[in-house]
Design a protein around this ligand. Structure first.
Ligand code: GLA
Length: 386
């Protein structure tokens, strides 16, 4: 049923994913604009306990960051609230490895230095994905498509360079991202990786990452991971890796959720199923959209369309956040880390996806960086248990 389907409609997911780069560019432009407007280098002060303190007996709590997150109020929120960070984009294949012999380490190095300085752990995201992969990766000789051998060799080189540089700094890597298809009649996503190498790129990626950094936990990461049909395909794929002795240690549920889904039953069923595989579980990209899923791909915001954060949305979001974290606490033996995708409602990728220019309010901090009412729901365990 559509209601049970994640924000990315399976029917249009392929198309929309191909377009997601456009929103990143637009988003990055907005972000640059916003960062000029931020108070610079705010002194970071210790204040009330943060999410990381409330959850110190449960799991790590983190957020995704950009190169501009290390100053201004974003950095204050990070240091006060989180003990884990993930790069939103800057460790992905294209930004970090735009040309065959060119790596852009500067931003990733700055992130590692910030994390080191503040005693924050780092998740790595992501070593292999069909989006944000540079075109040259798939190009062969004389205008042909790369051969299987060429592509696997390039994948190994890439992982060796990136995982090697940050060895010992990254405690968990999203090794491959989103390889399972959303279509009911298809198992694997038909990406360039899959079309050229079959399933071999997945195995090569995990084996290489393990060789290079044997202490890092290696994750498969995907969206719609609570949706039963996709969940079962993910499990089939992970079991086949496990049967062949491929080093995979964890399942990352992206958790791009909304005020409408998933239900508590779906969430519990998914956590049961993944933990039954003996895997660690990370919630890797949590946000709670205040809008209903709508079919039909991406579009611009209509002029007459409201995008205020209404009291009804606020209440529905509080209820969802309360439920999600109550369930996460119940699964504390299985879940080691919960990461929000972006820091505050000041900037979210959901401002551009699936509706360009429609403000969304998916996080626990408002546009001024203040804690929202949903924050209290997440940290007030007793009220939640009643
Ligand atoms: C996927 C990716 C993330 C990010 C989001 C959209 O979930 O894993 O890196 O690109 O899409 O922001």
């Amino acid at each position: 049923m559509q209601l049970h389907i994640d924000i990315k409609n399976p029917k249009v997911a392929e198309w929309t994913k191909l377009n997601v780069m456009k929103y990143f560019c637009f988003g990055l432009f907005i972000l640059l604009f916003i960062s000029c407007d931020q108070p610079s280098a705010v002194a970071i002060e210790e204040k009330d306990p943060g999410l990381k303190d409330y959850y110190s007996e449960y799991f790590l709590v983190g957020a995704s960051v950009t190169a501009s997150s290390f100053s201004g109020f974003d950095s204050t929120i990070i240091v006060n609230e989180y003990n884990s960070i993930t790069a939103e984009n800057l460790m992905k294949m294209e930004p970090i490895h735009p040309e065959p012999d060119e790596y852009h380490w500067k931003d990733a190095d700055a992130m590692v230095a910030f994390a080191d300085e503040h005693g924050i752990k780092m998740r790595g995201h992501t070593l292999c994905w069909h989006n944000q992969a540079p075109a040259w990766m798939f190009e062969g000789d004389e205008g042909k498509t790369a051969s299987k051998e060429q592509l696997l060799e390039r994948l190994k080189e890439h992982i060796t360079a990136v995982a090697g540089r940050y060895k010992g700094k990254i405690f968990a890597w999203d090794v491959v991202n989103e390889v399972i298809s959303d279509s009911e009649d298809e198992y694997m996503r038909s990406s360039q990786w899959y079309n050229i190498t079959g399933e071999e790129y997945i195995r090569t990626a995990f084996k290489t990452a393990h060789e290079i950094d044997p202490d890092a936990k290696l994750f498969y990461n995907d969206y719609n991971a609570t949706q039963p049909a996709k969940r079962d395909k993910i499990i089939k794929m992970i079991k086949s890796l496990q049967d062949d002795g491929i080093p995979i240690h964890g399942m990352g549920l992206q958790a791009h959720w909304s005020i409408h889904h998933p239900t508590e039953d779906e969430l519990r069923a998914a956590l049961d199923a993944y933990s039954a595989l003996g895997l660690d579980i990370h919630i890797t990209e949590l946000d709670v959209s205040v809008y209903a899923h709508e079919p039909g791909g991406t579009r611009n915001k209509r002029d007459d369309e409201a995008d205020d954060f209404t009291p009804e949305m606020e209440q529905a979001q509080m209820d969802q956040y309360e439920m999600f974290f109550r369930v996460f606490r119940d699964y504390r033996d299985d879940i080691q880390s919960v990461t929000f995708w972006n820091i505050s409602d000041r900037y979210s990728w959901l401002d551009f996806f699936p509706v360009r220019g429609r403000k969304n309010y998916p996080l626990l901090f408002d546009q001024e960086g203040q804690r929202k009412k949903a924050y209290d729901k997440v940290v007030n365990f007793e009220a939640s248990a009643e």
